[in-house]
Design a binder for this molecule. Structure first.
Ligand code: GDP
Ligand code: IMO
Ligand code: MG
Length: 424
């Protein structure tokens, strides 16, 4: 039995939360493998909307076990708020939400360091969500971090104090003024650690490998998107983890041979929140319309998302990095009413026409080359059968399948769980 894997192919916010929720009914275990509360995964069902940051998107299905893997970084304060928001649903979180002892903890001072780092960069800032992600992964790879399992050790307080002291010294080196009340922050953090302790801590790599042997059905849930991958994304404007398929192996402690289907999820157009290159960004009416109709504002920070057309070389790159076996097209409904659909097929790069993503993708080097397909005007939000989709949308899907050599098996036509068309 294999682990199926779902990940974003663009710059995040593709609709991963919605699809994980839709697919969970067929799985025993849903496991997040990287990222932290920089993620905002939105689920909508029965007239309710819910945004998850750290908790896997399978949590609303009572039969599923949800795992926060070792590759995730956890802010206890945000996690405890997420748990509190789930109270009305009576979900037996204590037993259904399992946390890897090897997951790293985001300290209040990691958030302060994130803020100081961004402020010191001025115009060159990454546009971080300021959740302390970068500094926490730096402490992980720098071998200074605190992990969930450390909470159970007798010298946890000493380790905490030593790290905080180090952080406070570092803060002084950024040359920017960051105001904070450490006592207040620590009061909140330790109260949240008490909430975290009510959850079940596990050695997740053992748990996962036993589950695989027992033939459990497992879905791994990615956060962010392929273009935010720390190695292969638009560095340095990326996050600090591997968002590609390989990240699921290191973030859960499972072998590459355990990975089965790789679901690559993408919007019918492209968005990006935060700074950094975005070749197909549309600064005109089309981008504005996508933002308005698609309600493109971040689920974590509320920031406006930058919008533009689908980028085939970028999508090919993301599919190759992760070995995507099935594609899921989200927000097809948002493109209803465009006379023409533009698709980037190539780039002009230093005077040459190329069909791959080169090292330098900043606009001074790279200009997208588009082809144009006919649009459609029908409202899709009530469509449930793929045969009822407009012919021009079917052609758009067929075009993407042909270009990427991967079938589109789900088309999403609205934010609700029910607005999901399976193409089988
Ligand atoms: P994630 O981070 O990948 O889980 O995605 P987000 O939740 O950050 O952003 C996706 C946004 O699009 C959310 O507001 C969803 O409710 C919404 N959404 C998801 N699928 C669709 C869809 O097919 N159509 C429309 N109109 N909205 C969608
Ligand atoms: P989900 O899982 C979209 C972006 C930030 C910033 C960069 C670095 O909801 O798709 P960080 O906080 O990691 O230091 O930010 O990455 N970013 C996301 N953009 N969706 C996300 O998550 C993101 N998580 C981080 O905007 O540009
Ligand atoms: Mg999101």
């Amino acid at each position: 039995m294999a682990i199926n894997l779902l990940l974003g192919l663009q710059w995040g916010d593709e609709g991963k939360g919605k699809i994980v929720d839709v697919l969970t009914a067929g799985y025993d275990i849903i496991a997040r493998f990287q990222g932290g509360p920089n993620a905002g995964h939105t689920l909508e069902f029965e007239g309710r909307k819910h945004v998850l940051h750290t908790i896997p998107s399978g949590i609303f299905h009572e039969d599923s076990v949800n795992i926060i893997g070792n590759g995730v970084v956890i802010d206890p304060v945000i996690l405890s708020k997420e748990i509190a928001e789930l109270t009305p649903y009576n979900l037996d979180i204590e037993h259904r939400l399992l946390v890897s002892r090897k997951a790293h903890l985001i300290l209040p001072t990691h958030r302060l360091l994130d803020a100081a780092s961004e402020a010191s960069k001025g115009k060159a800032k990454i546009g971080s969500t300021l959740k302390g992600i970068g500094p926490t992964y730096m402490d992980k790879t720098g071998r200074n971090g605190l992990r969930v399992g450390d909470i159970e050790l007798p010298d946890f307080m000493e380790r905490y104090r030593a790290l905080v002291e180090k952080h406070i010294n570092m803060l002084g080196n950024y040359g920017v003024q960051i105001d904070y009340d450490i006592e207040e922050l620590e009061k909140e953090w330790f109260a949240a650690i008490d909430v975290l302790k009510t959850l079940t801590f596990i050695d997740s790599e053992h748990y996962m490998n036993t589950a695989i042997k027992e033939g459990k059905k497992i879905l791994a849930e990615g956060a962010q998107g392929s273009m935010l991958d720390v190695d292969f994304g638009t560095y340095p404007f990326v996050t600090s983890s591997n968002t590609m398929a390989a990240g699921a192996c290191t973030g859960l402690g499972v072998a590459p041979s355990a990975i089965g289907e790789v679901y690559g999820i993408f919007k019918a157009y492209t968005t990006r929140v935060g700074s950094g290159p975005f070749p197909t960004e549309d600064f005109g009416e089309d981008g504005e319309k996508m933002c308005m109709v698609g309600r493109e504002y971040g689920a974590t920070t509320g920031r406006r998302r930058r919008c533009g057309w689908l980028d085939i070389p970028q999508m090919k790159y993301a599919c190759a990095l992760s070995g995507v076996t099935q594609l899921m097209m989200m927000k097809a409904d948002v493109l209803s009413g465009f006379d023409e659909i533009k698709v980037c097929t190539h780039y002009m790069y230093m005077g040459k026409k190329i069909d791959y993503l080169p090292y330098n993708i900043e606009e001074q080097y790279l200009t997208p080359v588009y082809t144009t397909l006919p649009g459609w005007s029908e409202d899709l939000t009530g469509v449930t059968d793929q045969n009822a989709l407009p012919e021009n949308l079917k052609s758009y899907i067929a075009y993407i399948e042909e270009q990427l050599g991967v079938p589109v098996t789900i088309v999403s036509v609205g934010p609700d769980r029910t607005q999901t068309i399976m193409r089988g």
